[in-house]
Write a protein that binds this ligand. Structure first.
Ligand code: ATP
Ligand code: MG
Length: 456
């Protein structure tokens, strides 16, 4: 949470929003007083001062309405503003964190494009649940209740006492529900067993979409198979959610019941106190009304708070990516910048893709003299492309060494090294722009003549 607050900007807006929350906390208890006063004034319409009384309390009510309107606007505006800034900053950091990662990082199934885009769009927006917006909603709710309790004790301590004594009964319902929903969400959203079903299904979906030509070319049977597989991944979360809906339904019913029963009971005891113990009706109802409205207000403000549980999960995911250093980082500025001749030597090179168990290259030796044209020939999957991957330093070797002009490849600056190697992939990938721009991507300064030559 503290880590998140660093990205809150501008800071003053966050602080101001907090202060405003404190002010807003007074609104419901005060409304309780005004409301009851107005009620008693309108009941006493025979009184000679009726008109003045009515105008006075209506005026105050109107004033309160304006106050709540203005502060409510400011509060929402400031939170939306700072929250959006936070999302923007962290999303930029996350994007940077992703785009600069070493290539093997992306070979992991859990970093399939579908999963990553989901984190970039979904998890980031959940982060607001851990910021001052949540804190100030909690402050607002707690403070509203405290102010309500103090005020109602001032008006009628007997009633305040009775209401308070009954409140655990109501709170238990809401607390139980909140707790259970929290647990339920945690379970449904992820780790049922070891597999995160949503991540799995997202990964599958992005695989299908990216390779849709292949998928379709295998015919309807293949499509059915994939559909079934996707469905089966969603069965478990669905089961869990259906099971949970029963529990949360019961709890919701229970909490509604307690709320209504509570109101009935409080009014019942109130009339008993007035009739049997001679309490002043107006004072008694003010006390009841204040407590009642404070509780309503507190409930509303808590329900407006973004979910903390979800936010915590998302923050873990997002910051794990941001904080994980890239093993081969092109932002690094150290190392040898220029390849002088281009003599390449592989010495007892061992290599296995980090995502695989089997070695692709086993104790490989090879020497390519400078300025020579060579061709690597071999059956499919023997590791030809792998060698180019290593030369471009997409991966680090598992063992042995790869020398360029007598220097180990790790001594070179990655960015400069890659700049000096021309590379046409086996399956060229075109970006969704013009051919010219695709060619220029390798060297933005190339002249039109060069581009034409390359294209030919
Ligand atoms: N990113 C990767 N992660 C895991 N394994 C990989 C990855 N890329 C390639 N492999 C595996 O490494 C082995 C060598 O692959 P490579 O692409 O180097 O073969 P190749 O000689 O270029 O084959 P082809 O002639 O078909 O292009 C293969 O078994 C392949 O499945
Ligand atoms: Mg190849």
């Amino acid at each position: 949470m503290v880590e998140l607050m660093k990205y809150y900007s501008p800071k003053w807006a966050g602080h101001l929003a907090m202060i405003i929350s404190v002010i807003v906390a007074f609104s419901y208890p005060i409304m309780g007083i005004f409301f009851t006063k107005l009620l008693f004034v309108s009941m006493a319409y025979m009184k000679p001062t009726f008109k003045e009384d009515r105008d006075f309390w209506c005026g105050l009510y109107l004033l309160l309405a304006f106050g709540v309107g203005i502060f409510g606007f400011l509060q929402k505006y400031l939170f939306a503003f700072t929250g959006e800034n936070l999302t923007y900053t962290v999303r930029k950091l996350l994007w940077e964190g992703i785009i600069y990662k070493h290539i093997s990082w992306f070979d992991n199934r859990e970093r399939a494009p579908g999963v990553l885009t989901n984190i970039l769009s979904e998890d980031i927006t959940q982060l607001n649940g851990l910021t001052s917006e949540t804190i100030s909603h909690i402050i607002e709710a707690a403070l509203g209740l405290i102010i309500g309790i103090i005020l109602s004790f001032i008006f009628s301590w007997e009633m305040a006492f009775i209401t308070l004594a009954l409140s655990p009964f109501v709170l238990s319902g809401s607390v139980l529900m909140a707790k259970l929903q929290w647990k339920v969400k945690n379970k449904a959203s992820a780790k049922a067993g070891d597999i995160d079903y949503y991540t799995e299904s997202n990964a599958l979906l992005s695989d299908i979409i990216m390779n849709y030509r292949t998928v379709i070319s295998f015919g309807a049977k293949n499509i059915d198979f994939l559909m079934d597989k996707y469905d089966s991944l969603l069965v478990q979360p669905n089961k869990q959610a259906v099971k949970n809906s029963h529990i949360s339904g019961v709890l919701f019913g229970y909490s509604l019941f307690t709320r209504f029963a509570f109101i009935g009971a409080v009014f019942y005891f109130g009339t008993l106190m007035i009739i049997d113990h001679g309490l002043d009706p107006e004072q008694t109802y003010i006390a009841i009304q204040i407590l009642f409205l404070s509780a309503v207000g507190a409930g509303m403000s808590i329900s407006h708070a973004p979910s903390m549980g979800k936010a915590r999960d998302s923050a873990t995911t997002v910051f794990a990516i941001i904080d994980e250093p890239s093993q081969i980082d092109v932002r690094d500025t150290t190392g040898i910048k220029k390849v002088e001749k281009g003599e390449i030597e592989l010495k007892q090179v061992d290599f296995r893709y980090p995502s695989r168990k089997l070695k692709v290259l086993n104790q490989m030796d090879m020497k390519i003299p400078a300025y020579k044209k060579i061709a690597l020939v071999g059956h499919s999957g023997c590791g030809k492309s792998t060698i180019t991957n290593l030369l471009l330093r997409f991966y680090n070797l598992t063992g042995g060494s790869l020398m360029i002009d007598g220097h180990d490849i790790t001594e070179y600056n990655v960015k400069e090294l890659r700049k000096q190697i021309g590379f046409v992939m086996q399956e060229p990938l075109l970006f969704n722009t013009t051919i010219k721009e695709n060619i220029l991507y390798g060297n933005p300064e190339a002249s039109d003549i060069r581009v034409r030559q390359m294209a030919e």
